[in-house]
Design a protein around this ligand. Structure first.
Ligand code: NDP
Ligand code: BG6
Length: 499
């Protein structure tokens, strides 16, 4: 097992939302679970002025909203937190930063191992590494130096390639960790174990037995306070290009020779490179773009996307994407993968549904039950297998029943959150769950025709908040005699709607 070295975690963008809401709480939980080394330091960096104490107090507020906190441990954790204000865009300030890191290293007896976490606006993703290099903070002569880049990694293929080029001027690929927090989710990783640790699924995991695959990433919330960012991004860049395509890779990849960063990521990139390029016909017929409009949901009037803060009132940004795609390889030839993601859908649920082909000759009833495997990523994390059983009573009619497993049944196990898992791996130097440059490019390569298509006039369908998106998305499947599942927050409740 890899060891966790003593290290200094330098977070750029430390006064921002991601640091406060995700990174620091994740590090606190790892500390409480004794997963961090004895000696470590977290140095927050941004332009706002705080003393170490003021920075600690700001971050504590958020952790304290968690009911399970332990005051004594929280105070001890805070002793590891420091803050340095610099103008992140000014190379001259990096000498000051270097001195501060050296002092912390000396005081805390760290070993000059440094993790630089970029949680700033993406415009700084190439600036900060360049300035770090200007003062030698990229050199590994006296301890490792790792660079973590948050999403979005570019906004299209060209910008992703150019970001890579600028990072490679100062850091090597093995020093760079591109975060996709979906890969940190226990249930996403479990897809590999489910597939490759059991002999019963893999023989059926191909186009001979699988009819179609659904991948849903639904959210009940709207864009909240992030309208300004989201309007330049849309569901395509925000969710599909990264999170959903990574999920597809886990469902569709070939077994890696071993589980390590190279083998795993080699297989991921192979399958992403097999995504069938979208033709003009696909763009016109197999893609549905939507935007939520005002609606009454559970007695509350929810605003239209165009009325959200930071969103222009004539915006044509999509808050919903439905897409049918194919994977051009032996395993998946001819199997449609239907993807959908959207904001303001009826519930928050992420899941993969594998629909197996029906029996070739239905002897028991004309409408034979379907075999489907539901892999629930969140919430009510688990697995459900649907199959046919004899309907009790006279005759031989088949009825659909289900077997289900819920992670919550593993009482002794606390699942690590995605950021906890990924931060641990970063400290261990394990890149298995981080996106490699070629995989990121393959994803951009695949969605680039959609981005180009959106530059011209394209149909954007309105859908009422709280519904499952535009009606056109249903037609996308119905046309092929397929159907979306309408999931509920509980894995096993499929036929009722939450009120
Ligand atoms: P915020 O706007 O809340 O924070 C941005 C941070 O960057 C602040 O600490 C800001 O502090 C600092 N900063 C430094 N230089 C600049 C500058 N020139 N202009 C603006 N800010 C600057 O963003 P988030 O924390 O939400 O997001 C940070 C990054 O993480 C983004 O790239 C985002 O896409 C990504 N991300 C965020 C998620 C989230 O849930 N928030 C989820 C996934 C990814 P100061 O002004 O003091 O310098
Ligand atoms: C983020 C997107 O990457 O993922 C958000 O920027 C989205 O818009 C979020 O809400 C979804 O993540 P999760 O873990 O809640 O499914």
């Amino acid at each position: 097992m890899s060891v966790i070295d003593t290290s200094c975690i330098v977070i750029f963008g430390a006064s921002g939302d991601l640091t406060q809401r995700m990174l620091i709480p994740a590090l606190y939980h790892l500390y409480v679970d004794q997963k961090l080394p004895k000696s470590f330091a977290i140095l927050g960096v941004s332009r706002s002025i705080y003393s170490d104490q003021a920075f600690r107090s700001k971050l504590i507020k958020n952790i304290k909203s968690d009911k399970k906190i332990n005051e004594e441990l929280l105070n001890k954790f805070c002793e590891h937190l420091f803050y340095q204000a610099i103008n992140t865009s000014d190379v001259n300030d990096y000498t000051l930063l270097k001195k501060r890191i050296s002092r912390i290293n000396a005081d805390r007896e760290l070993k000059n191992n440094t993790l630089f976490y970029l949680a700033t606006p993406p415009s700084l993703y190439s600036v900060i590494p360049e300035h770090l290099a200007a003062v030698g903070l990229n050199e590994e002569t006296d301890g490792w130096k790792r660079l973590v880049v948050e999403k979005p990694f570019g906004s299209d293929l060209k910008s992703a390639v150019s970001l890579d080029e600028s990072l490679y001027r100062h850091f090597q690929e093995q020093q760079i960790y591109r975060i996709d927090h979906y890969l940190g989710k226990e249930t996403v990783q479990n897809m590999l174990v489910l597939r490759f640790a059991n002999s019963i699924f893999e023989p059926l995991w191909n186009g001979r037995y699988i009819d179609y695959v659904e991948v849903t990433g639904a959210e009940a919330l709207g864009v909240e306070q992030r309208g300004g960012y989201y309007d330049g991004s849309g569901a395509m860049r925000d969710m599909l290009q990264n999170h959903l395509l990574q999920v597809i890779a886990m469902v569709a990849m070939e077994p890696p020779a071993v589980i390590n960063a190279k083998s795993m990521r080699d297989e991921v990139v192979k399958v992403l490179q097999c995504l069938k390029p979208l033709s003009q016909d696909d763009l016109e017929n197999n893609l549905v773009l939507g935007q939520y409009i005002q609606s009454q949901v559970r007695g509350k009037c929810l605003p239209a996307y165009r009325e959200e803060e930071g969103v222009p009132n004539n915006s044509r940004t999509e808050t919903y994407v439905g897409l049918k795609l194919f994977i051009n390889n032996w395993r998946w030839d001819g199997v449609p993968f239907y993807l959908r993601t959207g904001k303001r859908l009826p519930t928050r649920v992420t899941e993969v549904v594998i629909h197996f082909k029906k029996t070739p000759h239905p002897v028991f009833s004309a409408d034979a039950p379907e075999n489907k495997l539901i892999i629930r990523i969140q919430p009510d994390e688990g697995i459900m297998l649907g199959f046919g059983l004899k309907e009790p009573g006279a005759g031989f009619d088949a009825k659909e029943v289900a077997m289900d497993f819920h992670y919550s049944d593993l009482k002794e196990t606390e699942l690590l959150t995605a950021y906890e898992r990924l931060l641990l791996d970063l400290l261990k130097g394990d890149a298995t769950l981080f996106a490699r440059s070629d995989a990121v490019r393959a994803c951009w390569d695949f969605v680039q025709p959609i981005l180009d298509y959106q530059k011209k006039s394209f149909p954007l369908h309105g859908y009422a908040s709280g519904t499952w998106g535009p009606i056109e998305a249903e037609k996308l499947l119905n046309r092929d005699n397929h159907e979306w599942r309408f999931p509920c927050k509980n894995l096993t409740d499929t036929d009722y709607c939450e009120l």
